[in-house]
Design a protein. Structure first.
Lengths: 260, 260
């Protein structure tokens, strides 16, 4: 991929995020109807409108690219370039009026995420990660912070209920070893990890559209995103994720999770 | 208290919130040192600067009023008018770069909170509740929403770890009965309850400065704030709080918590 092609795709990704934000904002803090999906997670007209807007733009401008979206499924997902879309990550925050939700967009090339965006359309914050380039928050380069030990680390996850079966005990071991545990920040926690204000995000049961944008965003800021086993994320993996700003605390988290 | 006196006190409370925000903003998303207090909760120079600023203004303009502050304690707390201050409610959010923390200010008259402010100095959101008047968010009147049943309700708390002993089982009973549970929004959840986007906030172990501002804010928006027993909050109470937007779901929550 030449720099010119990459730049054109980055510009296109910004347009996707702009369009999704424009679709979402009119619904924020309005009494929008909340439907339950088959997995009992909530979805609203804002989720659907944002994903439809993005899909329409991809179909129009890059009809050979594939799409994997949370609300409307997969098309051409064996193409060399595939866009993953979570129109509103953090729908529970969104319907509660809390601006820590985000639109997640990733471009996956031959199975590897090479571009990621977290866009918060109310605060106007946009994180952009591109393979081989420094990650930016609203155009300004950001870096993860140093953190050597679990005892120094802050740890985030969306909710304790995401850890089922043996994951629950593993999470409890890790949570008991860190300086501070906090729930409820969704994708915003990954963005703040990339910006150097959080040390670890550990989650389970993530889908491709949840984690794909995080890999280039966090790696481009100096951190790393792996499975709980410490190995690279895979599109067909188990959806368990460790994001860390420092390799030393990452290694400690992998060991602690595996200790049971 | 005449309307003129009340208006002057409200204007003064706005000045306190303005000054606290100005003290806090320079520290947001900077690598501020985090100290552990004796109860192991975090505190920063921003917490201290904001409370000192507020205390200085009260001492200068209302030297007969009492002060109860989270960081610097009590003075003249038997005065007819007492200000309660939590300079940064949600210090964990603050140090993580998440703008859901808030400055909490209440004016307590003869033991009853008659004025409450939640100020979010990054997003620029300010909730103001005054006994006998409609609650406002940035000057616009807000109302709680209807919610009859626990099965329809969204429920917030800062963290599961705040429920110790028998409270843990009571919380689990309540959490199992509602539509949606969410952690991590601190004072922001009370503001969004007053604005009609959240149905219940149930917490334990709150101090006066945590709950005092919520009473006028939520009552002035049509809701109510009580202990877990459904009775009015008391300054010397046990710090367990139910905030609800609708009396019907409030009653259901009281019953569910007591059911064990």
């Amino acid at each position: 991929m030449t720099a010119t092609v990459a730049d054109a795709l980055v510009a296109f990704a910004h347009r996707l995020a702009d369009a999704a934000g424009a679709a979402i904002r009119p619904y924020f803090r309005t009494p929008v109807a909340v439907d339950a999906k088959p997995d009992s997670t909530p979805v609203t007209a804002a989720d659907r409108a944002a994903e439809e807007t993005i899909r329409r733009l991809v179909e129009k401008e890059h009809p050979a690219h594939g799409i994997i979206g949370e609300e409307f499924g997969r098309i051409r997902d064996d193409a060399p370039f595939v866009w993953s879309i979570d129109p509103i990550d953090g729908t529970k925050a969104f319907i509660s009026g809390i601006p820590t939700f985000g639109t997640l967009i990733a471009l996956i090339r031959d199975g590897t995420p090479v571009l990621g965006i977290i866009d918060q359309p109310i605060s106007g914050e946009r994180w952009v990660g591109i393979a081989g380039r420094p990650t930016t928050l609203n155009g300004r380069e950001i870096r993860t912070r140093e953190c050597r030990l679990l005892a120094e680390a802050s740890l985030f996850a969306t909710a304790p209920s995401m850890f089922a079966g043996s994951d629950e005990a593993a999470w409890a071991r890790l949570a008991g070893a860190v300086r501070m545990v906090r729930y409820g920040a969704d994708c915003y926690a990954y963005g703040l990890l990339a910006a150097g204000f959080i040390d670890l995000v550990v989650e389970a049961d993530l889908k491709v559209w949840d984690w794909a944008p995080m890999a280039p965003i966090i790696e481009g800021a100096g951190g790393l995103v792996t499975g709980w086993d410490g190995r690279p994320m895979r599109l067909d993996g188990d959806g368990r994720v460790i994001a860390a700003g420092d390799r030393r605390v990452h290694r400690a988290a992998v060991e602690r999770l595996a200790q049971g």
